[in-house]
Each structure stands twice: as C-alpha cells, then as structure tokens.
Design a protein around this ligand. Structure first.
Ligand SMILES: *Cc1c(COP(=O)(O)O)cnc(C)c1O
Length: 241
C-alpha cells in the first residue's frame, strides 16, 4: 500500500487533470481529505504533506481527534460531513468550521444558536445537503426544496451559507453519474442566479461533490470541493457508528 503522502500527490494529480480536461482553473477545486475511521496520526501525516482541510462523519470520533490535534488547530480546517442528529449539534457547533450535511431548518437553527455560545469562534460555514438519487438515501433535501431551505438558512446569524453538497448514489454508468452531478450544479447555479443581490448569499460559492471513485465526473460538472477518503488514507475497516 502507498503512503498517505504518495496517495495525496496522486489525488492532487487526478484533480489537476480533471480540472484541465474541464477547462477550469486549478484554484477552483479544493480537496477535502476525509479522515473518518483513521487515527490522528494519519491526519498529522497528511498535514505535513500540505493538507489542511479534513472531513469527519462521526461526532464522537471527530471530537476526540480534534482534541488530540489541538496544538495544530490553527492550521487545520474541520468539516463535518456526516448525518447530523439534533442531540449532536452542540458539539459540532463547538468544534467544527464547516458543516456540509444540513438538510433541515431545525438543525441549522440549533447550530446557529449554539455557535453563539462560543463568541471566540467565527460563523459556521454551512452547505445544504441535497438528495439527487431520492430512493437511494434518506439524507438530503429534494432539489425542488433546496432553494426554500437555503433562503431560511441564509437569514441565520451565526451561519454563513456556502453552497450545496450531494452524494449521488454510486453508479458504474458514467452517463448516470454525470447526470446526477449536473442536476446538482443546475440547482446551485439557479439559486446563485436568482439570489445575486441577496446579502445572505454573498459567500454562496461551494459545490461539494465528488469522492474517490467519481471526482473526475464531479469536477467536469462544476464541483468546487471534492471529499476524498479512500484514495488518500486507504480502505476503511467496516465500523458501526
Ligand atoms: C466517507 C465519505 C466520503 C469519502 O468517500 P471515499 O469514497 O472514501 O472517498 C465523502 N463524503 C462523505 C459524505 C463521506 O461520508
């Protein structure tokens, strides 16, 4: 198995090639390293290779690692990307910089109110998770309801609405893959276009889509942030959260 450093270089190369193929600019696509199930030492290794943004799915596990790496906190940006229950929002509001998986107003309201309890922290950066392959997943709001949810979240004081996140059902058919990503991009662009002058949408610039197996297709369809785990850290052991 390759080292994390080599894997990271290869993933960056894949991103570069995909960006070139899509005639986009390299700085348009950010890499989020998904470190769930891997220890703090793996995160540190990636950090020393220049990676600063890390994604985690399970609150307890993440908070443990964030405390273990407290000394490095100024150099790290923590993104929560997993399903989020109401009883876990406080810890997320306290420890994370970003949340990609907001799909209900109630969760966003709790995050905003709880973030206010930590006055030293900047506003929480939030993406609304949309569900493109509706039968396959229970997470995410249907595309048709995304704009209304965004409008409500954009008003919340301790939150900056950054964009949309999607996890399309895995498909071996590239045309299916492209179609799902394209639908999310169209929804994103439509919201951008209709909310151009709305101050709540000033930083609405993030399209979080694409993982180890489909980052090329996602970048071709406008992704601005790919969330990559396996291709950087290796295969995950099965865990039951
Ligand atoms: C685990 C996970 C990823 C990374 O998936 P890989 O296939 O390992 O790259 C990305 N996004 C979310 C939401 C995840 O849960």
């Amino acid at each position: 198995m390759n080292s994390i450093v080599v894997n990271l270089m290869q993933v960056k190369q894949r991103i570069e090639l995909a960006v070139l193929a899509a005639k986009r600019e390299p700085e348009e696509v950010e890499l989020l390293a998904v470190s769930k199930t891997f220890p703090a030492s793996a995160i540190e290794e990636a950090m020393h290779a220049g990676q600063s943004a890390f994604g985690e799915n399970y609150v307890q596990e993440a908070v443990e690692k964030i405390s273990q790496l407290a000394k490095l906190r100024p150099w790290l940006v923590w993104h929560f990307i997993g399903p989020l229950q109401s009883n876990k929002t406080r810890e997320v509001a306290e420890h994370f910089d970003w949340v990609h998986s907001v799909d209900r107003l109630k969760i966003a309201e709790r995050l905003s109110a709880q973030r206010a309890e930590f006055p030293g922290l900047a506003e929480l950066q939030v993406c609304v998770q949309v569900n493109v392959s509706e039968e396959a997943s229970k997470s995410g709001i249907p595309l048709s309801e995304a704009q209304a949810l965004c409008d409500a979240i954009a008003q919340l004081p301790q939150i900056v609405l950054r964009g949309l996140m999607a996890i399309p059902a895995p498909s071996v058919d590239p045309a299916e893959q492209r179609k799902a990503f394209a639908q999310v991009r169209e929804c994103f662009q439509q919201i951008q276009a209709t909310r151009l002058t709305d101050s709540g949408y000033q930083f609405f610039d993030t399209l979080s889509m694409g993982m180890s197996d489909d980052l090329e297709a996602a970048i071709a369809q406008g992704s601005t942030m790919v969330r990559v785990g396996t291709a950087i850290f290796g295969k995950r052991a099965k865990i039951t959260p």
